[in-house]
Write a protein that binds this ligand. Sequence first.
Ligand SMILES: [Zn+2]
Length: 89
Amino acid sequence: MSKLACQCGYVMVVHTMEEDFLYDLIPQKDMAALFTKWDEIGGKFDSESFFSEYNQFRTDVYKCPECGRLLVEDPLGSNRFSYYIKETK
Ligand SMILES: [Zn+2]
């Protein structure tokens, strides 16, 4: 179980990895390369193979359910987060 506190004070607790506040940030070029590799390997490319490749370039993102801030792991694999809040006019 991991947890991450937002700047607003809300604490996001991860129990199952299926929480609605969990997202991945993925460079499109890396996703395209992954699909190309999947096409080349075919049926031998199972879900375990997919996630092994996928986890190399995805970035953890939490979206705070209380204030809407995005908390983006930066740099990748550091377990440190940058905070982004929606600009309003
Ligand atoms: Zn928040």
